[in-house]
Write a protein that binds this ligand. Structure first.
Ligand code: GLU
Length: 263
């Protein structure tokens, strides 16, 4: 799929990271979330089938508890995620309802996609929801997940969801606007790479390991997600989530971000 025919993508997974959905203090960025819901609702109205993979549970949870993530135990983080997920899904439900859309909360862990029977079951549920016109809102089931069964970051999760749902396109809305030839925060000569057709070891070197204080994914996990998606024939775009209307621009074939094209 190239920039030109990406407009035809019908079933689309949009992944949004914690640092895009929340303020620095962890509370929900209402303006951003409202803008995102409007765009997704509009595309659903157009006849597309939208699936949202939303992070932010832990950040929102800690903010609601008046705490921060630093130095917290796994149990405390899982408890915060349970609190935050409630707040997030409640807001999504109210906002999508304003545009007459029904959402469904889907929380999964890695063991779901690693087991044939559980994967098939999840796939059937996703397809049933989507075919009923429902917009699934997906997150990792952080409250019960631990190292052996977790995706660990929602970049990876979103690629698996795209594969599970037979999506045509995966859009990763991030706090970076794409993959650069060097770290743009440290190197002024860094330039945005508009299209990648093969993930090479050099790209991993460029990507480094950086994540943000709020989210767990960095460029490394985005490359792994892109690699998984490409292997399964699904193109992925990384673009800035600062303006959710970038999703329109991607679908219009505009060069916003980096397209990882699938064969
Ligand atoms: N599932 C985590 C949350 O909702 C986010 C993981 C990630 O940032 O990739 O807080």
């Amino acid at each position: 799929m190239t920039h030109q025919n990406i407009a035809d993508a019908r079933r689309i997974v949009v992944k949004v990271g914690s640092s895009t959905l929340t303020h620095q203090n962890g509370t929900m960025d209402l303006r951003r979330i409202e803008a995102l819901v409007r765009v997704l609702s509009d595309l659903q109205n157009e006849g597309r089938e939208m699936i949202l993979v939303s992070s932010g549970a832990m950040s929102v949870g800690f903010a609601r508890l008046g705490q921060t993530k630093e130095g917290k135990s796994l149990a405390e983080k899982q408890a915060a995620a349970a609190v935050g997920q409630c707040g997030l899904i409640d807001l999504y439900d109210r906002l999508f309802s304003e545009f007459n859309h029904v959402i469904a909360q889907v929380l999964i862990t890695r063991d779901v996609v690693e087991n044939d029977a559980r994967r098939d079951n999840a796939r059937r549920t996703f397809c049933t929801l989507i075919e009923s016109g429902v917009i699934p809102v997906v997150n990792e089931n952080d409250t019960v997940s631990y190292e052996e069964i977790e995706f660990g970051d929602n970049d990876t999760l979103s690629a698996h969801v795209a594969h599970l749902c037979h999506a045509d396109l995966l859009i990763n809305l991030s706090d970076v606007d794409g993959l650069y030839s060097a770290n743009p925060r440290a190197d002024a000569s860094a330039r945005l790479i508009p299209e990648v057709s093969e993930i090479t070891p050099e790209l991993y070197e460029i990507a480094g390991g950086a994540g943000t204080a709020l989210g767990t994914g960095g460029m490394h996990s985005k490359l792994e997600a892109a690699s998984f998606a490409m292997r399964h024939g699904i193109p992925m775009v990384i673009t800035s989530g600062a303006d959710p209307k970038n999703v329109y621009r991607v679908l219009e074939g505009a060069f916003v971000g980096t397209l990882f094209s699938a064969k």
